[in-house]
Design a protein around this ligand. Sequence first.
Ligand SMILES: Cc1cc2nc3c(=O)[nH]c(=O)nc-3n(C[C@H](O)[C@H](O)[C@H](O)COP(=O)(O)OP(=O)(O)OC[C@H]3O[C@@H](n4cnc5c(N)ncnc54)[C@H](O)[C@@H]3O)c2cc1C
Ligand SMILES: CSCC(=O)[O-]
Length: 404
Amino acid sequence: ALSHHENWQRQWRNPTPKKEYDVIIIGGGGHGLATAYYLAKEFGVRNVAVIEKGWLGGGNTARNTTIVRSNYLWDEAAALYEHSMKLWEGLSQDLNYNVMFSQRGVLNLGHTLQDMRDIQRRVNANRLNGVDGEVLDAKGVQEIVPILDCSKRARYPVMGASWQPRGGVARHDAVAWGYARGADAHGVDILQQTEVTGFKIQDGKVLGVHTNRGDIGAKTVGCVTAGNSGVLAKMAGFKLPIESHPLQALVSEPLKPILDTVVMSNHVHGYISQSDKGDLVIGAGIDGYNGYGQRGSYPTVEHTLQAIVEMFPIFSRVRMNRQWGGIVDTCPDACPILSKTPVKGLFFNCGWGTGGFKATPGSGHVFAATLAKGEPHPIAAPFSIDRFHSGALIDEHGAAGVAH
Ligand SMILES: Cc1cc2nc3c(=O)[nH]c(=O)nc-3n(C[C@H](O)[C@H](O)[C@H](O)COP(=O)(O)OP(=O)(O)OC[C@H]3O[C@@H](n4cnc5c(N)ncnc54)[C@H](O)[C@@H]3O)c2cc1C
Ligand SMILES: CSCC(=O)[O-]
C-alpha cells in the first residue's frame, strides 16, 4: 500500500466499481467531489463512490466565470454562501492544493436610483449578517477601476456599487482536482465515464443505481448533477421545479494585467474579470429558452460585448478567443435545492443555477453532513424541496449575478 505521502503525490485512482457502497454521489463536479471529500474526511464515511458520466469537473465546474462572493440578501442564503466563503479562505491549505483563490473584491454596479436603493438594502443586510460589504458612489468605484467609464456620457451611467472586498475569483479546474485528489486519498472511488441510467428503488426506498458499467448498490444516494438534475429526478419518478438553460461565457486574448477586481452589472447584463493568464473572462445572461446545449452562440456574444464595451470602451479592440456554454439549473427563487426527496435515502443537491461555483465548498460540506446524518444540516434545511409547497421561498433574484 502507498504511504499517506505517496498517496498525496498521486492524482486519483481509476478503480473498478464495487458492487456496493455506503454512499453514492452522482455527479463528479465540484459540488459532488466536495461532498465526497467532506463525507470521508470530516464525517468518516469512506466507502463512497462518485459516479461521473464524463470526466471529473467537466460540467459547469469547468465552464464558469469563477466569481466567488457571499453578498446575498436573505439570512438563509447569506449563511450558506458565507459558510462557503469561510471554507474558501482556508481551502488551499486544507486540500494541500493551490486553488488560486484571489480575494480581489467584487463590485456589483448600480445604474439607477432603484439599483442603488437595492444595493443599500443588500449591504445593510450583509453587515447585519457579518458579511463584509460597502456602498460606493461613482467616485469610489472609479478609484477601484480607473478604466471603467464612470462619466455622465455613458448610456447607463454608473451611480455607485456594492463592494465586497473578500469576494474574488478561484481557479475552477484546481478546485475539482483538489477535491478529487483529497477524496481519493481518503478512500473514495471516483468512477469516471460511468453514466447513471436509472435508480433501483423498492418500497419507496433507494437501493442503488443502474449504470453503463452495471448496477451499483447503496442505501444512501446524493444526486449532484446540476443542469441534468431534472433528468435524474424523472428517472427516480418525481419532478423538480427546475428549468435548465444554456449560460454562455467567453474569454479574450491574453492581455497585460489591466483589471484587478471583478465588475458585474445586472443592468447591462455583463460581468468581467481578468484571469491570472491575462484573459478577460466575460459572462452573459442565460439563454431565454430551455436547453442542454454547452456551446456559445453569436447573438449572445454580440449582446454581451455591447455591455462590456459600454462599461469599458478601452476593450473595444480586444480580440475574443473562445466561447462556450454550460447547462444551468435555475430555481424559481434563484436559490438551490439541498433536500430529501420522495424516495427514502435519495437526496438532491442542485438548483444552483448561474451562481453555484462560489458555493462549492459550503454546498459540499453541508450536503455531506446531511448524507452522513440522514437529516438536513441546519444551514441546508431552509433549501428543502418542500419550500415550493409551503411558499417559504428565498428570493435571491436581486443578488444573482445574472438576469435569470
Ligand atoms: C457559463 C457559466 C458561468 C458561470 N459563472 C459562475 C460564477 O462566476 N460564479 C458562480 O458562483 N457560479 C457560476 N456558474 C454556476 C456554476 O458553474 C454552477 O452552479 C456550479 O459549477 C455547479 O457545480 P456542480 O458540481 O453542481 O455541477 P457540474 O460541475 O455541472 O457537475 C455535475 C456533473 O454531473 C454529471 N452528470 C450529469 N448527469 C449524470 C449522470 N446521469 N450520471 C453521472 N453523472 C452525471 C455531469 O457530467 C457533471 O460533471 C456559471 C455557470 C456557467 C455555465
Ligand atoms: C455567473 S454570475 C456569477 C455570480 O453569481 O457571482
